[in-house]
Write a protein that binds this ligand. Structure first.
Ligand SMILES: [Zn+2]
Length: 275
């Protein structure tokens, strides 16, 4: 996504310079199954970008390249998209749920408050959800939090029958039922925090954020106080457990690392993706 905003959005240059925002997804190999965390934009969004809505397209300026969709990247990695049995979403915003239709057989796991909010949003939140992205009728698995703990956070353990540890951790504020998704990689936890924060320095000590990104989060957020409260908890988590937990968020390109960055900047959609 290439919004105007330059360094005010974490890029470089003046207010009309193009910034780059990613929509990170995680692919987890769990025995014979694949688990996808978030879906970004999907092939149907690329085929008809209009369904994303004019305000989103004008503001965020998504590039809509089919080669960058999760399903095509999975194919390029030599894996079969039909093995994606489960999709876990941080939330159902337009830039996170777009690829759901590319995995029509997958069970879709979501924190319980998010689905009713997405299906029946109040007027001011109607633009953020695109019902066409789940019009195929996925099998939803709505998760309530039931007493599990993860590094002091409430959580719910997912997919216990698979050979992987995944925890859904409520991080409310950005949307009604927003969650982070923690995956035990065997070498520490990788914690996909979705849109709980937008810039890596927001969970640094001391925290900071480019002003444009801060404004954007305030405008689109569901509950500002809750969001800030949870950002504070994430900052403490990153500080106290820096050897155990690696945090990433959806939209900061820094998490792609140098190789991913080079691919992105050259637009080399056919390049070998990092695994
Ligand atoms: Zn987002």
């Amino acid at each position: 996504m290439c919004p105007r905003g330059g360094r005010w959005l974490g890029g470089s240059g003046g207010p009309l310079a193009q910034a780059t925002l990613t929509a990170h997804c995680l692919l987890v190999e769990a025995g014979n199954a694949l688990v996808l965390v978030d879906t970004g934009l999907g092939t149907a969004d690329v085929a008809s970008p209009k369904r994303l809505g004019q305000p989103f397209r004008a503001l965020v300026r998504p590039q809509c390249r089919e080669g960058e969709t999760a399903v095509r990247q999975i194919e390029r990695a030599g894996l079969d998209p039909q093995d994606v049995r489960h999709v876990v979403v941080t939330h159902l915003d337009v830039d996170h749920a777009g690829g759901l239709g590319d995995f029509p057989e997958a069970e879709v796991h979501v924190l319980a408050p998010e689905l009713p909010a997405a299906k029946n949003p109040p007027l001011r939140e109607r633009g953020r959800y695109v019902p066409a992205q789940w019009a195929h009728g996925p099998r939803w698995a709505e998760h309530e939090v039931a007493g599990d703990r993860w590094f002091g956070f409430e959580s719910v353990r997912l997919l216990e029958d698979l050979d992987v540890e995944i925890a859904m951790v409520p991080l409310l504020g950005h949307s009604t039922g927003h969650a982070g998704i923690a995956v035990n990689t065997g070498q520490g936890w990788l914690f996909h925090c979705g849109d709980a924060y937008f810039h890596h320095d927001e969970v640094a000590t001391p925290p900071s954020c480019p002003i444009g990104l801060r404004l954007f989060q305030n405008v689109v957020g569901h509950d500002r106080d809750l969001r800030r409260h949870n950002q504070g908890r994430l900052q403490a988590l990153a500080r106290e457990y820096r050897h155990d937990v690696h945090l990433v968020c959806s939209h900061d390109p820094v998490y792609m690392g140098p190789a991913g960055r080079a691919e992105e900047l050259t637009g080399a959609a056919g390049a070998e993706p990092g695994r």
